[in-house]
Design a protein around this ligand. Structure first.
Ligand code: NAD
Length: 266
């Protein structure tokens, strides 16, 4: 299938690893010029090298999505290097404060919401003008299965991701007639550094190997993940790339689950 986005321009956040990196890979394969961004310069530079694309097609610039000043510098870089912006994939995020509600401090809530909800808001504040100006645009925000199926040991993350669904739905109403379509993707348990860290913590707590931790997690905590394995970043990036494409021209305000059935409701 020709996705029809050759020559388009994109910004991908959280792109030094995991789903963001794989999405950059996939967009580059479609002929999109991509700026990747993440917190730290060195891992980002290495991530750009691993993408193995010409330097005028794949550019990188570090930024903290919680910092308006940092995002302004990123905006300046995107304006001067890409000229305009057609596609935004907001993948940066953290698991944040974990524990039952009575175990999580006020600061834990503030820190998690600041990255996972306010961060995407600030990214949108900086890049919406450029995305609106071309008459064609795509925004994909990474939400999570947790947005609609809250787990009681990570409520700040669940609340932030539920906020992402509301944010995207609202934006999809405001800008669709300008040609700017907004959707969310909600993965579950994808094989990335984020879930490696979760599984290493679980393995430590249970005194088992990472693989045993994954298997017991699937059995006990994600019983409806019918494929009984972690997903791959490629499997998420494929859906994101479709939503960023010309082929998704009638998809707006949707939430695509990439979760092998983890969300039990229809
Ligand atoms: P990841 O940890 O591999 O990537 C997230 C990236 O975000 C990291 O590289 C990190 O440095 C970056 N980041 C964190 N805070 C930042 C900040 N303040 N500014 C800029 N960058 C920052 O994780 P991933 O699994 O690829 O997750 C990508 C997105 O998908 C996240 O939004 C996550 O919540 C969501 N998600 C992931 C899973 C999963 O199972 N992996 C499931 C549901 C949702």
């Amino acid at each position: 299938m020709d996705f029809g986005i050759t020559g388009r321009t994109a910004l991908v956040t959280g792109a030094d690893s995991g789903i963001g990196w794989q999405t950059a890979r996939s967009l580059l394969d479609e002929g999109v010029r991509v700026v990747i961004t993440d917190l730290e310069e060195e891992p980002l530079r290495a991530a750009a090298l691993r993408l193995d694309a010409p330097s005028d097609k794949c550019l990188w610039f570090p930024a903290d999505i919680t910092s308006v000043e940092s995002l302004k510098a990123l905006r300046h870089f995107v304006e001067t290097s890409l000229g305009g912006l057609d596609i935004l994939v907001q993948s940066a995020g953290i698991t944040g404060a974990q524990g039952l509600f009575h175990e999580i401090s006020d600061q834990g809530w503030v820190d998690t919401i600041t990255v996972d909800l306010l961060g995407p808001v600030r990214v949108l504040q900086q890049f919406l003008p450029a995305l609106r100006s071309g008459g064609w645009g795509r925004i994909v925000l990474l939400a999570s299965e947790d947005a609609v199926q809250p787990y009681d040991d990570e409520l700040p993350y669940c609340a932030a991701k539920a906020g992402i669904l509301a944010l995207a739905k609202g934006l999809s109403r405001t800008y669709a007639r300008e040609g700017l379509l907004v959707n969310t993707v909600s993965p579950a348990f994808i094989h990335t550094p984020m879930t490696d860290a979760m599984m290493d913590k679980r393995a430590d707590q249970l005194g088992v190997s990472r693989q045993d931790a994954i298997e017991s997690f699937l059995d006990e905590e994600r019983p409806y993940m019918e494929l009984k394995r972690r997903g791959t970043p490629e499997e998420v990036a494929a859906v994101i790339t479709f939503l960023c494409s010309e082929r998704a021209s009638f998809v707006n305000g949707s939430n695509y689950r990439v979760d092998s059935g983890s969300v039990a409701t229809i």
